[in-house]
Design a protein around this ligand. Structure first.
Ligand code: B4P
Length: 201
């Protein structure tokens, strides 16, 4: 099971990723968590990431790719992953598809966690994790999502991999809705495989 969760800041990617990872017994890989871990430990990548995160900007693609490549590859070889927050730009998505040394990025599905803007602001103000949840920074993070991450949704839609989920619903309902859609995809993939002639399988 290889699932990628995409959504605005505060859309609940981390919340749902934990639940889905427990359900499928695969690792939850969070770009935000790994980046915060690097900034806390003072690694060179963390040092570079910190100022971007504090401003509400995305961390440069190369830094994120360096941090994420290995954990994603390892999980892909061992049964899959729930990937939360990576890729987040068209460039990161293309890199993940093309990188010959990187992960096998044939995803089961890409889940777009759709939440209205005012609900995202309400959640982030309620969470107030740190400087990246300051009101002006929240507004900037939402603009960055519209500008850099939304175009990536078109990229996956054209590939027929995008699932839409109403993520403004309660946590439990969102999980059920994602699981229901994933089960439908898995059933369709099983039917396709069964109908394919053996020599093409
Ligand atoms: P992330 O850690 O991904 O932060 P997020 O988008 O704010 O969190 P998430 O959507 O996971 O929300 P959560 O479950 O916590 O990124 C942080 C920063 O790292 C980025 O701004 C960027 O600088 C950098 N970064 C990360 N990945 C990158 C990449 N690939 N490239 C470049 N830079 C990158 O939920 C939020 C709140 O809502 C919680 O309080 C939760 O309890 C609540 N909630 C969740 N679901 C709910 C529901 N259904 N109903 C009501 N409340 C809900």
């Amino acid at each position: 099971m290889r699932v990628l969760l995409v959504g605005g800041p505060g859309s609940g990617k981390g919340t749902q990723a934990k639940r889905l990872a427990a359900h499928f017994g695969v690792p939850h890989i969070s770009s935000g968590y790994l980046l915060r871990d690097h900034t806390a430990s003072g690694s060179a990548e963390g040092h570079e990431a910190r100022e971007h995160m504090e401003r509400g900007d995305l961390v440069p693609d190369e830094v994120v790719q360096d941090i994420l490549r290995e954990p994603v590859r390892r999980a892909a070889e061992n049964g899959g992953y729930i990937l939360d927050g990576y890729p987040r730009t068209v460039r990161q998505a293309e890199f993940a598809q093309l990188d010959p040394d990187g992960a096998d990025f044939a995803v089961t599905a890409v889940v777009h966690m759709n939440v209205p803007r005012d609900e995202l602001v309400r959640r982030l103000l309620a969470r107030a994790r740190g400087v990246d949840d300051d009101p002006a920074v929240i507004e900037h993070r939402l603009e960055v999502f519209d500008e850099l991450t939304k175009p990536m949704l078109d990229f996956f839609e054209k590939r027929g991999e995008l699932l839409e989920v109403d993520a403004a619903q309660p946590v439990e309902t969102v999980t059920e809705s994602i699981l229901e859609q994933l089960q439908r995809i898995e059933a369709a993939q099983r039917t396709d495989a069964a109908e394919r002639p053996h020599d093409e399988a």
